[in-house]
Write a protein that binds this ligand. Structure first.
Ligand SMILES: Cc1cc2nc3c(=O)[nH]c(=O)nc-3n(C[C@H](O)[C@H](O)[C@H](O)COP(=O)(O)OP(=O)(O)OC[C@H]3O[C@@H](n4cnc5c(N)ncnc54)[C@H](O)[C@@H]3O)c2cc1C
Length: 439
């Protein structure tokens, strides 16, 4: 792994907000840009440039206030706009007009700039050379190390980022987040964080937490949909104990008109997970499973689940798997995803298309339009805190989106998998650590 990240890597990126003195949206543009830079792990200061008169505007090629530029490029260029001091208006993905450019457009330009950085000797360049698989392997390994877990939980830097991916440490704060998501038109599925428990007492307590959750969801009139992991329910202790433990949840879910999704863990648990989910589905028909497109076996599993009319959430897969069981490259995983997605959309039972990959979402749109598959026959699913702009844009189009909302104190392994999915997340952590060390 590379050493601590210095800020030299991205000093090449210039981030500017240009504005007129009376602009009502200048501060908003600046704080939006700051937040995006922070979330993308780019530690540069935002330069504020006040444009006072027409000559100044002409010299800068300034076409209205506020304007956000990255490396001198307008993030939302409007060739029709004249050089001058007018107020700018920006159309958002949902059609609304706002005083600042759309968040995702700024992100995209930033990512393009980052991708175009010449590989040099700096740590960022070295990090880019680390293959995604190797990076995932590192994080998934770290997710199992108790020493690293204890250390990370103490670091203030981790907390900020954890808050982005985890709705709360307790049920009360999570209910607030769930209400907000519901008001935004999003469906939810709630995960009480925890996995790999090694005592029956802990597994029983985890199931009890789900019973309280189901009661609270019903009481509050919130979406009755939960996701759980079998290793949290005692799978590694005793399989039939685990099944009985989850059956309690499935029965309570039935009473409260809720649905239970059994998450998929690493490939050594696939058989047991599918078998238990299948048996539990047989109780009341309110249980679904997850299929990972990176597994070579998934095509056969999908066909069986289609025949059994069991609901499938399709994801790419978040664990570090050997090439003997999983496709080793991203193009193969993506190709498998599209194939399985089309099979599920065509013949599956209300599949959950769980991805933030815009190209794949576009393929789903094309396929459902071509095959006249109604919007009520499937849903998109995304993770809490990931691509909120995309979640909103799909909802604005009238498509169903469900957000996976984890909560609880056992966030560490979940959090590490989220870091593993994206180098920018890792960069953010490394940079913050480097900053903390300098304090
Ligand atoms: C609802 C839901 C449930 C899931 N359940 C399971 C499960 O049961 N078992 C399992 O193995 N995996 C599960 N996953 C995780 C999944 O397998 C992937 O690891 C994860 O979704 C990233 O893949 P992607 O499809 O978004 O595509 P990618 O190609 O990895 O990402 C596409 C784009 O999405 C954005 N993005 C993706 N991940 C992140 C992130 N962590 N932070 C910031 N941006 C990100 C980036 O813009 C990226 O460019 C689930 C995912 C979702 C959405």
């Amino acid at each position: 792994m590379p050493g601590p990240v210095s800020e030299v890597d991205v000093a090449a990126i210039r981030a500017e907000v240009l504005f007129t003195p009376d602009c009502p949206h200048a501060a908003q543009a600046e704080s939006l840009l700051r937040r995006i830079l922070e979330e993308e792990g780019v530690a540069v200061a935002v330069e504020r440039i006040q444009v006072d008169d027409l000559d100044h505007a002409a010299g800068l090629g300034f076409r209205g206030s506020p304007t956000i530029r990255l490396d001198g490029l307008d993030v939302a260029p409007d060739p029709a706009a004249e050089v001058g001091l007018a107020c700018r208006r920006y159309r958002q993905p949902d059609g609304r007009i706002a005083g600042v450019p759309p968040e995702e457009q700024i992100r995209e330009v930033l990512r393009e700039r980052l991708a175009s950085l010449e590989p040099g000797p700096g740590p960022l360049a070295r990090l880019r050379e680390v293959p995604a698989r190797a990076m995932r392997a590192g994080f998934v390994w770290a997710a199992r190390q108790e020493g690293i877990e204890r250390l990370s939980k103490r670091l203030p830097v981790t907390r900020g980022l954890v808050r982005r991916f985890v709705a709360g440490e307790d049920l009360a704060s999570t209910l607030v987040a769930l209400r907000r998501l519901r008001d935004d038109g999003l469906g939810t599925t709630v995960d009480v964080l925890g996995e790999s428990v090694d005592s029956e007492v802990a597994a029983t307590a985890a199931a009890d937490a789900y019973l309280s959750l189901l009661d609270a969801l019903q009481r509050e009139g919130l979406d009755g949909n939960v996701s759980l992991k079998l290793t949290q329910m005692g799978l590694d202790i005793d399989r039939s104990f685990c099944q009985r433990n989850v059956a309690r949840i499935v029965d309570r879910a039935f009473e409260t008109d809720a649905f239970v999704r059994v998450d998929m863990e690493d490939h050594t648990r696939t058989d047991a997970t599918l078998a238990i989910a299948r048996e539990l589905h047989g109780r009341h028909g309110n249980v679904g499973v997850v299929i990972q497109s990176y597994l070579r076996r998934s095509e056969a599993d999908v066909e069986t689940l289609i025949t059994e009319r069991i609901r499938v959430r399709l994801c790419k897969g978040a664990y570090n798997e050997p090439a003997s069981v999983a496709f080793p490259t991203k193009p193969e995983v993506d190709e498998s995803y599209v194939h399985l997605m089309e099979r599920l959309l065509a013949e599956g039972t209300f599949p959950g298309i769980a991805t933030h990959d815009e190209r794949i979402i576009e393929r789903a749109r094309d396929f459902t339009a071509r095959e006249s598959i109604g919007r009520d026959r499937y849903e998109f699913q995304m993770l809490y805190g990931v691509r909120r702009d995309l979640q909103q844009a799909l909802v604005a189009e009238g498509l169903a989106v469900r957000v996976y909302v984890p909560f609880g104190s056992e966030w560490y392994p979940y959090f590490m998998r989220r870091l593993a999915e994206r180098p920018a997340n890792l960069l953010f952590v490394l940079r913050s650590l480097a900053r903390e060390r300098r304090r």
